[in-house]
Design a protein around this ligand. Structure first.
Ligand SMILES: CCCCCCCC(=O)SCCNC(=O)CCNC(=O)[C@H](O)C(C)(C)COP(=O)(O)OP(=O)(O)OC[C@H]1O[C@@H](n2cnc3c(N)ncnc32)[C@H](O)[C@@H]1OP(=O)(O)O
Length: 240
C-alpha cells in the first residue's frame, strides 16, 4: 500500500485524532484489499477461457458484490475521504492507486535526480498479442513524468506528451520506468521518461517527452476550486 504509515493531520481532540488515524488506516487497507481483489478479477476475466455458464455465474456474483460498494458514493466535486491530495495519497489513481482496478499498480520511488517506477502488466493491458497497448504505455509515462515534475518542485499539468515506441512492451514481464526533469522555463517544465524491462533496463522500449505547465492561481481555481479548497465536510483536504 502506498501510504499505510502516513499520519493523518487534523484539528481536534488528540484521542479522537488517534482513533480517526487508526480508522483511516483501516479504511485505506480495506480499499487496497478491494483493489487487489478487483485487479485479480479484471486480469482473470481478461485471460479466462471458462464456458458461458461459468461466465454468467461469475457476472451474477459480481453484480451482487457491487451492491454494498455502491451504497455510499462520492460525487465528482468531492475528494475521496481516504485521499490526502496535498500529502500525495490518491487511493484511486488509475496508474498508481492501490484501490484502483485499472492500476497495475505502478510503484514509484524517488531517486537521485529523478524518479523510478516498477510494475508488471497482465493480459488485461494487451494491445498487440503478448504486448502492452500503446495507450497503456503512454498512461504509465504520463504518470511518472508528472511525479518527476512534482518531485522536482514544479508540479503542473501535461499539455503535451510525445511518445516514441521503439519496441513492444512485453506483458507478464517486470518493467522499469524512469523519469527526470530536463528543462524548467518559467511555468513550462519538460521531462523525459522511459520504459524498459527489469532484465534489460538500458534498452529503452518507449521514450516520452512531456511538457507540463504550472497552473496560475486563477487557472487552479477555475479547474479545481471546490475540490482544492479546504472544506470541513471533506477531511481529506482539511489542513491546519
Ligand atoms: C503526481 C502527479 C501525477 C499527475 C500525472 C498526470 C498528469 C496529467 O495527466 S494532467 C491531465 C491532462 N492534462 C490536462 O488536462 C491539461 C489541459 N490543458 C489545460 O487545461 C490548459 O492548457 C492549462 C490550464 C494547463 C494551461 O492553460 P493555457 O491557457 O493553455 O496556457 P497558458 O497558461 O496561457 O500558457 C502557459 C505557457 O504554456 C504554453 N502552452 C500551453 N499549452 C501548450 C501546448 N500544448 N504545447 C506547447 N506549449 C503550450 C503556452 O504557449 C504558454 O507559453 P508562453 O508562456 O511562452 O506564452
Amino acid at each position: 500500500m502506498t501510504d499505510s504509515g502516513r499520519s493523518y493531520h487534523t484539528i481536534g481532540d488528540p484521542a479522537e485524532v488517534e482513533a480517526e488515524t487508526e480508522s483511516l488506516r483501516d479504511r485505506r487497507a480495506a480499499i487496497t484489499e478491494l483493489g487487489d481483489a478487483l485487479r485479480t478479477l479484471v486480469e482473470q476475466a481478461a485471460a479466462t477461457e471458462a464456458p458461458a455458464d461459468e461466465l454468467r455465474r461469475a457476472a451474477a456474483l459480481v453484480r451482487e458484490a457491487t451492491i454494498p460498494v455502491g451504497k455510499q458514493q462520492r460525487e465528482r466535486g468531492q475528494m475521496p475521504t481516504a485521499d490526502d491530495l496535498l500529502g500525495g495519497v490518491r487511493m484511486y489513481n488509475p496508474v498508481c492507486g492501490s484501490g484502483s482496478a485499472l492500476a497495475p499498480p505502478l510503484l514509484i520511488e524517488l531517486g537521485a535526480g529523478g524518479v523510478t517506477g516498477s510494475c508488471t502488466l497482465g493480459l488485461a493491458y494487451e494491445g498487440p498479442p503478448m504486448y502492452a497497448h500503446g495507450g497503456v504505455s503512454a498512461l504509465l509515462l504520463d504518470q511518472i513524468l508528472g511525479y518527476a515534475t512534482s518531485a522536482s518542485g514544479h508540479p503542473g499539468m501535461t499539455v503535451r506528451l510525445d511518445t516514441e515506441y521503439r519496441a513492444p512492451v512485453p506483458l507478464q514481464t517486470e518493467l522499469r520506468l524512469s523519469a527526470e526533469v530536463v528543462n524548467v522555463d518559467g511555468r513550462k517544465v519538460t521531462a523525459r521518461a522511459t520504459i524498459a524491462t527489469a532484465a534489460e533496463p538500458d534498452r529503452e522500449l518507449v521514450v516520452a517527452t512531456g511538457l507540463f505547465i504550472a497552473l496560475r492561481a486563477d487557472q487552479a481555481i477555475r479547474l479545481f476550486g471546490t475540490v482544492l479548497h479546504p472544506d470541513a465536510s471533506n477531511p481529506a483536504v482539511a489542513h491546519d
